[in-house]
Design a binder for this molecule. Structure first.
Ligand SMILES: *Cc1c(COP(=O)(O)O)cnc(C)c1O
Length: 363
């Protein structure tokens, strides 16, 4: 048998893969549990039909209408005036971050992250042949100015990833850390704000004017309840956006995606209206898990880390036997003993808390 001529650095790697088990109560990938309303679905259908009438043509390569809607949204929620040239969009923030690695990373360069954090950051670095430097957070999962600055000074990464609220810990970073890291490196600094709408910490967008190498990524997958839409975006200087345009595939955002995302943005009130309901369920989870005598890491996201368990995979399996799917993050760096769960609807959250109580009683 001949081996495939795959790149040496990809041999033996595992693809990203959280289980997809639709028959379970799915609380494992930080989705928003509230589906779009019937009126939003009707507006989506109409917009997709209209876009369908010209599907023989390539879409707007620069996605200017969508990017100006995204700029208007960010301006509204952050108070920072952003132009369309400062906002970039792609198929999920994962694609945005991949483009950042393609444009600013590559062979001979390294990206640095503070683990435990989002497992896709090192995978995106690997896929673009960018080296990866993993630095640790404190045992309570926080990150101080001193340790963050020390790490970037020591390694001079081309790309530094800061995630706030951090996945999978829910921990937030102050803007002082972002500013200090930016000032300590000549590379770009990516603040991954995938969960920003669930938190109360000010956005790094407010630092853009004073930080020319700062990139702030966001997504419609979480608070906007649009994981199936595949739309992520980024705010930065227009110079950074121009660099990303060098590596994007032509027409990377389909006409249907652009149309659907603009409809979702037109329904911002309705979609972000779910955020408060999600936070109520998250806080019920925090209180309910603590009442069972377990630890919960303080969170500003729609999920939380709970533990610590001597055998997390066994607890994960037992919860699944009760019909509830959570995330076993315990094999990740610094995460031994922990499981992650995201807030569901009220019945889903109740089912999780009952399942957890039952599992603890069985053990
Ligand atoms: C979920 C998540 C994303 C979002 O990815 P999409 O490709 O936009 O769905 C990005 N960053 C972090 C930290 C996440 O947890």
């Amino acid at each position: 048998m001949t081996a495939l001529p795959v790149r040496d650095d990809l041999v033996g790697r595992q693809p990203y893969g959280a289980p997809q088990l639709p028959e379970a109560i799915q609380l494992n990938v930080n989705e928003n549990p509230f589906p779009p309303s019937a009126s939003l679905v009707a507006d989506l259908a109409a917009a997709v039909a209209a876009a369908g009438a010209t599907l023989n043509r390539y879409p707007d390569r620069e996605a200017l209408g969508l990017r100006s809607d995204l700029a208007a949204y960010l301006t509204r929620v952050t108070g920072v005036a952003l132009s369309v040239e400062q906002v970039w969009a792609a198929n999920g923030s994962n694609e945005v971050l991949q483009q950042v690695c393609q444009a600013f990373g590559g062979p001979g360069r390294v990206a640095l992250g503070f683990e435990p954090s989002y497992s896709m950051h090192p995978l995106l670095a690997a896929g673009t042949n960018t080296g990866w430097v993993a630095k640790s957070r404190a045992s309570d999962f926080t990150l101080s100015v001193a340790s963050a600055v020390g790490a970037v000074r020591a390694h001079q990464p081309a790309i530094t990833f800061l995630t706030t609220p951090n996945n999978p810990t829910g921990t937030v970073l102050g803007l002082d850390v972002v500013q200090a890291v930016h000032d300590a490196t000549t590379g770009v600094v990516v603040v991954d704000e995938a969960y920003a709408e669930f938190g109360t910490t000010p956005s790094a967008v407010t630092l853009l004017a004073s930080c020319p190498r700062l990139l702030v990524s966001r997504t419609m997958s979480k608070a906007f309840a649009g994981a199936g839409l595949r739309l992520g975006y980024l705010a930065a200087s227009s110079e950074v956006v121009d660099v990303l345009r060098l590596v994007r595939l032509p027409y990377h955002l389909s006409a249907l995606t652009q149309a659907a995302a603009r409809v979702a943005l037109a329904h911002t009130e309705e979609l972000l209206g779910t955020v408060e309901a999600v936070k109520v369920q998250r806080d019920r989870m925090v209180a309910g898990i603590a009442a069972l005598g377990l630890e919960v890491v303080p969170t500003e996201a729609n999920f939380l880390l709970f533990g610590q368990f001597p055998d997390p995979p066994a607890v994960w399996q037992a919860l699944l036997a009760h019909g509830v799917l959570v995330r076993d993050v315990s094999t990740g760096p610094g995460l031994a003993g922990w499981l992650r769960v995201n807030a569901g609807t009220e019945p889903e959250t109740t089912a999780f808390l009952e399942a957890l109580a039952a599992v603890l009683a069985e053990r």
